[in-house]
Write a protein that binds this ligand. Structure first.
Ligand SMILES: [Zn+2]
Length: 335
């Protein structure tokens, strides 16, 4: 392929002139034994033995377990409320983030892919993902994009959005090549609003002036389904979130029923002023064995102090939220 990516990295890899190009025929999952071992840990008990937290307002009452408000003010629904359910899965990919969103209409977004191609392949197989409408790479670090490569190869995304700063690794190059081969349209994060059926994804571009540090140029997304809200902001560090606060961006205003812990619970991620705006009800930490001390006590204490319910993929495996348009939801974990 010719001008595939500006080596210096600015700007998303060149837009394909053939932007219209239909997605490459979604590669069929090579009937490999990928199904085999889902992951090293828990064994096949996961989907079955899953312990289910019913967070839906009504159900929570009967379940009597933890009292979880199912969030979402019912009050005024704008126009007609969508029907069906949106499913958001924080995939257990070890240390890293990978969030799979499916709208009631079957439209799909993959936000980051974790660092393991193998684990991502297994998840795609498990959840039958053969097509991705929107792929977002929060930034180009390996623990976020390595797993995107097999996702592109299997389910060639229609659109790929990133921060416009190319990675410097072979993994990045592989990703770009795969996207080109799939005929995916590249877009640099701006203020796109992408409709996945009745799910609205509002892209939160990095604020200006962040230099070219990958973390501080993380692309965020606000996900809206009826009155349900979720916020994902990659590995955005304090500098970036402070700049977003300063910009007074409407997309970061809570409350959010669901929120992704910044930077795997690093100490330079979530902070009080930020959480005071975001007001998350549930936080999921995408974390696995690591040498960084993630998640840090600092982050965990912060969540505790703000009364945010904490989920961790290292302890609970894949964490799934099933949301209704009235803002209620159910949370399910693999273990
Ligand atoms: Zn990361």
């Amino acid at each position: 392929m010719s001008a595939r990516q500006n080596p210096k990295g600015k700007a998303a890899p060149s837009r394909k002139p053939a932007a219209k190009a239909k997605k490459a025929p979604a590669r069929k999952p090579t009937p490999k034994g990928a199904r085999g071992k889902r992951r090293g840990g828990p064994g096949p008990s996961d989907l079955l033995g899953l312990f289910v937290l019913l967070l839906t307002a009504g159900l929570a009452a009967c379940a009597g377990k933890e009292v979880l408000s199912g969030g979402g003010g019912d009050g005024q629904t704008e126009t007609q409320a969508p029907t069906g359910q949106m499913v958001i899965r924080f995939l257990d990919v070890g240390q890293g983030d990978a969030i799979l969103v499916r709208s009631p209409e079957g439209k799909t977004m993959l936000y980051d892919g974790g660092r393991s191609a193998e684990r991502m392949r297994a998840h795609l197989e498990t959840y039958g993902v053969d097509r991705i409408d929107l792929m977002v790479a929060s930034h180009a670090d390996a623990d976020h994009i390595a797993g995107l490569v097999p996702a592109v190869q299997r389910a060639g995304p229609t659109v790929f959005i990133n921060n416009g700063i190319a990675g410097t690794t072979q993994t990045w190059d592989r990703l770009v090549t795969a996207l080109e081969e799939a005929g995916t349209t590249f877009q640099k994060a701006n203020k796109q609003v992408v409709n996945l059926g009745s799910v609205k994804v509002r892209v939160i571009a990095p604020p200006p002036g962040m230099g070219d540090d990958q973390n501080e140029n993380s692309v965020g997304v606000r996900i809206e389904f009826g009155e349900f809200r979720a916020l994902l902001t990659g590995d955005s560090e304090k500098r970036e979130t402070e700049a977003w606060l300063e910009q007074g961006r409407p997309e970061i205003k809570g409350p959010f029923q669901l929120y992704k812990s910044i930077h795997h619970g690093a100490a330079n991620g979530d902070h009080p002023a930020w959480l005071a705006t975001v007001r998350p009800e549930n936080v999921v930490i995408g974390v696995g064995e690591n040498s960084y001390g993630h998640p840090t006590e600092t982050a965990l204490n912060l969540y505790r102090e703000t009364g945010t319910r904490v989920y961790r993929t290292d302890r609970q495996g894949t964490v799934t939220f099933t949301a209704n348009a009235d803002g209620t939801y159910t949370a399910t974990t693999d273990r």
